[in-house]
Write a protein that binds this ligand. Structure first.
Ligand code: UDP
Length: 243
């Protein structure tokens, strides 16, 4: 695997097809595993959250989700060419599921959203095996039941949409008990696939302006977007001072 160190995290330089192939291998091995989709906010959060940093270090695969990481990788002369986003991973894995590929379980987002996302993806990819859905606003005391239900559904792939770092910590804490070969934290992807949150137009995605589009849709997300200037400042400081 072509891995690079970037501002404290290890990132795999894979494109979507390579990531899907790697995930197929994890499904075949059957051992519980973890795929991380990392973005600029994760780099900033992980610097102040050693638990998150060590979870990402131990993940089987870490993809670059976001223009910020691609920019920083060029700044440090180790360009990552392709984004592999959570939104696209959900769609591509459902597409393959419909072709006899892995089954999936959708965990997270507000009540009703995971179901709506599953419906939308089943109609886009008829035959996609989505073997369970559940929202992400349960009490800590309900976690053992959530884990038991996932285990009983026996999905090949579990998508967890709680946001960073909650989803990564949930996966780490429960991976052995769930016994799912591939667990992937995917942030707000169900909100996008449910149709509740529109996807940025392609030109904005290509220009690296997806964050601006999200901010325009939901000004309440300002706190997360405010991590971007900190990410840029961090990258420039490390570039200039070397630490
Ligand atoms: N969410 C959840 N449970 C929580 C907190 C958040 O299910 O306790 C969901 C929220 O509804 C949203 C997603 O997690 O669908 C977070 O999306 P966001 O884009 O903020 O995540 P990011 O990838 O930016 O961390």
């Amino acid at each position: 695997m072509d891995r690079i160190r970037l501002l404290g995290l290890t990132i795999d330089r894979v494109n979507m097809d390579e990531a899907l192939k790697f995930i197929d291998g994890m499904v075949a091995r059957k051992k519980p595993g973890h795929v991380v989709t990392a973005d600029a906010s994760m780099i900033v959060i992980a610097r102040e959250d050693p638990e998150l940093a060590s979870i990402v270090e131990r993940a089987d695969l870490v993809t670059a989700d976001g223009a910020g990481l691609l920019w920083a990788s060029r700044l440090f002369g180790q360009p990552i060419r392709d984004r592999v986003s959570g939104v696209d991973l959900v769609a591509r894995i459902c597409e393959r599921s419909a072709e006899g590929g892995p089954s999936a379980y959708f965990l997270g987002a507000a009540p009703g959203i995971a179901e709506e996302a599953a419906e939308a993806l089943r109609s886009r990819y008829p035959g996609a095996r989505i073997v369970g859905t559940r929202h992400g606003y349960f009490k800590a005391s309900e976690e053992p039941q959530v884990v038991a239900d996932i285990r009983a559904a026996r999905p090949d792939v579990l998508f967890v949409a709680f946001g960073i770092p909650k989803q990564e910590k949930f996966i780490q804490r429960n991976r052995d008990a769930m016994g799912v070969p591939v667990s992937i934290g995917i942030g707000g992807s169900f909100d996008v696939h449910s149709g509740r949150v529109p996807r940025a137009p392609l030109w904005m995605q290509r220009a690296g302006l997806e964050w601006l589009f999200r901010l325009m849709q939901n000004p309440g997300k300002l706190s997360k977007v405010m991590l971007l200037p900190r990410f840029v400042a961090l990258a420039l400081r490390v570039k200039i001072t070397g630490r």
